[in-house]
Design a protein around this ligand. Structure first.
Ligand code: ATP
Ligand code: MG
Length: 652
């Protein structure tokens, strides 16, 4: 390969001299010389020929001297190396040049044999630099390619999951279809989780993942996640124990990251353990929470232990591995822990004379106790979706039970943002989507989602109009709404909230924040549901049913009350009165109070029975007054519900 050498000197005859001396190399096309008379000219030449490898530069020159040229070059060109050609004994300038990054120096009068050796040495070094730079560029390209591919996979995947979710909700779907569709869904979700993990790890490495701090009951949160794994440990007949001495109460912590850490540690522990069990212990140090996850599984050999936090590392990397996986889990756990300012250590025991067996992870993650909240904040509900954790065999049971995973409707006209949200949410929730307010409204009426995330500016029907429609319809007025606004304008925010949006997020938003808001809304809904159920179930005169906060329930109760003694009161009649379909009534009642309409009627009757018994009616009178066909049936149902017969109840 030809080496390009730039000679920078204000002596004219030097050019001729070089041509003579290096005639052989020039003819053999080994060297190509270029010339400049001062630093300024040199920079211009280099700009034109950026592939110059070596600069031979004088120090004292008019316009721009060699030292200035050197300083400029080291700023602009990371590859070119400069050899100073200077007067013998000019030690202080030589020192300055070397400090400014000159590669070497030769002194005048030039010893050309020595110069040739120096040039060759410089070329070797420059070639090394070029190679490293190329490798780095290739590496960067690979990383970018990888990130792009991963990103691109999310859209088609979310477009598989979303319709499958919908198909699975078809009533009367043959069981064999249900099973196969569940398999599709489980695997697609798993793939999506994997992809999201890969993206997470890229983000963490590029230091682009933000911290999200939530307030909540940390020990309760960990306990909930551990419980999600119980079906998996049950199937493998493993013990699963969680202990903590951390006082319950409010802590500041990043729930999303804790969840990912726990998910990976626990799924590993279960995957690599065949007998015995898994213990999780959460304790407190003065500044941190200490989380220990220990299993009695196959263990990790000491020489493999240092590598397990590396990306894609797996102890068993044979093609016919016994255990599934890609080796990303622990790398993510490691990065997340560091991001949270924590530490992680691991110890593993196998073939110990003591008989000790298994792997122990210990993490210390800073968390803060908060005392200045008056009431304890509800436990943040983990968002990990259950069916990811179950082995394939459990599909039948899974598909037969009603899917209680929250349903989110995304209404957004920007296709890219819409798919992004679906991909983010589909690992955790059931997701539907619509491309404008009108479609959103139609879907919302059909499916009654738990939460709608809606854009503001959309064709056909904008966000405000959508909210207005939803709030005007008793079937949909309970649905929580998160508004996405592009503008920071106080105006649109206030307007949205005044129309009845529950939350708003400003674009571009942070996925962690979106998840947090979803979780908070779902928590609030769950708390309300429980409150309404309690109110209906518990015969406390202090909480009369007529005073129930929710308008729809109030109306429903008063309808039942109208025909309390009528045993033929039916769900159809209720639906008719409320001008909604049976299916809508069912979903609405279920989402408000987690009961079926029939169950609600029955509980209402039982609750009223208590009032009547208290007012002095005997059991059989009461039975007829609250619409039971026979006193004996009334007694049976009453006892099932209150664990006492009506007569016993009166006595206490
Ligand atoms: P993935 O988490 O991506 O599904 P994986 O579980 O194989 O795949 P990691 O969670 O990163 O990957 O774990 C890396 C390797 O460390 C595993 O393949 C396994 O060999 C070993 N390992 C991790 N946890 C345990 C454990 N609790 N017991 C024994 N070996 C473990
Ligand atoms: Mg793993």
């Amino acid at each position: 390969m030809k080496t390009k050498i730039l000679l920078v000197d204000d002596e004219d005859d030097l050019e001729v001299l070089f041509k003579q001396i290096f005639r052989r190399q020039i003819q053999a096309n080994q060297y190509e010389f270029m010339y400049a008379r001062d630093g300024q000219e040199a920079l211009a030449v280099i700009e034109q020929f950026p592939d110059i490898d070596v600069v031979l530069s004088d120090i004292h020159m008019p316009v721009m001297d060699g030292l200035t040229l050197l300083a400029k070059l080291s700023e602009t060109n990371p590859i070119i190396r400069t050899v100073m050609v200077t007067a013998y004994g000019d030690m202080s300038n030589i020192r300055t040049a070397m400090n400014r990054g000159a590669f070497d120096f030769v002194t005048k009068p030039v010893d050309f044999k020595d110069l040739e050796v120096t040039i060759e040495k410089t070329i070797r070094y420059v070639n090394q630099l070029r190679e490293t730079a190329e490798l780095k560029a290739v590496d960067e390209m690979k990383t970018r390619f990888f990130a792009n591919i991963t990103h691109e996979l999310r859209t088609p995947l979310s477009l598989i999951i979303s319709p499958v979710d919908k198909l699975l909700e078809t009533t009367d779907l043959p069981v064999s279809y249900q099973q196969q569709l569940s398999t599709v869904r489980r695997n697609a979700r798993q793939l999506l989780r994997l992809i999201n993990q890969l993206l997470d790890i890229n983000k963490l490495e590029a230091q682009q993942m933000d911290l999200v701090t939530e307030v909540g009951d940390l020990p309760g949160f960990v306990a909930q996640i551990v419980d999600l794994f119980r079906p998996s440990t049950d199937i493998k007949q493993l013990n699963l124990a969680f202990t903590t001495d951390m006082p319950p109460g409010n802590y500041l912590f990043d729930a999303g990251k804790w969840e990912k850490i726990l998910y990976n540690l626990l799924s590993n522990a279960i995957k690599f353990t065949e007998t015995g069990g898994i213990t999780i212990r959460l304790s407190q140090t003065p500044t941190a929470a200490r989380l220990a996850v220990a299993d009695t599984g196959i263990g990790i050999p000491p020489d493999k232990l240092p590598h397990i936090f590396n990306r894609f590392y797996q102890v068993d990397n044979s093609r016919i591995r016994t255990y599934e996986g890609t080796g990303i889990g622990l790398a993510l756990v490691h990065e997340l822990t560091l991001r949270l300012g924590g530490t992680i250590t691991v110890q593993s025991y196998l073939n110990e004379p003591t008989g000790l067996q298994g792997t122990h992870f210990v993490l210390e993650i800073p968390v803060q106790r908060v005392n200045n909240y008056k009431e304890a904040q509800p436990v943040v509900t983990p968002t990990t979706s259950m069916d990811l954790l179950l082995p394939a065999k459990a599909t039948v049971a899974e598909s037969q039970s009603v899917d209680t995973t929250p349903l989110i409707l995304v209404v957004e006209d920007n296709a890219e943002l819409r798919e992004f949200m679906i991909a983010e949410l589909a690992t955790t929730f059931r997701v539907r989507s619509a491309a404008n307010g009108y479609e959103g409204w139609v879907l919302a009426k059909e499916e009654l989602p738990d939460i709608i995330i809606s854009d503001l500016m959309m064709p056909r029907m904008d966000g405000y109009a959508l909210i207005e429609q939803l709030k005007a319809d008793p079937a949909t007025d309970h649905i929580a709404i998160i508004l996405l606004t592009a503008s920071l304008e106080q105006d649109s925010r206030l307007k949205g909230l005044s129309y009845g949006a529950d939350e708003y997020l400003t674009k571009p938003f942070h996925v962690g924040e979106l998840r947090l808001r979803l979780r908070n809304l779902l928590n609030r809904q769950q708390k309300l549901r429980e409150q309404y159920r309690q109110q209906l179930a518990q015969p406390e005169p202090s909480t009369p049913l007529e005073a129930v906060q929710d308008q729809f329930l109030r109306r429903l109760y008063s309808l039942v009350e109208q025909r309390l003694d009528d045993s033929s009161l039916s769900v159809e009649w209720l639906a008719d009165q409320l001008a909604m379909s049976r299916k809508t009534l069912y979903t609405k009642v279920n989402s408000l109070i987690q009961l079926s309409p029939n169950e609600l009627i029955r509980q209402y009757r039982l609750r009223k029975a208590i009032d009547l018994l208290r007012a002095g009616h005997n059991a059989s009178e009461t039975a007829y007054m609250v619409g039971f066909e026979s006193p004996s049936y009334f007694t049976k149902v009453f006892r099932e519900f209150y664990q006492q017969t009506p007569t016993d109840y009166l006595k206490t």
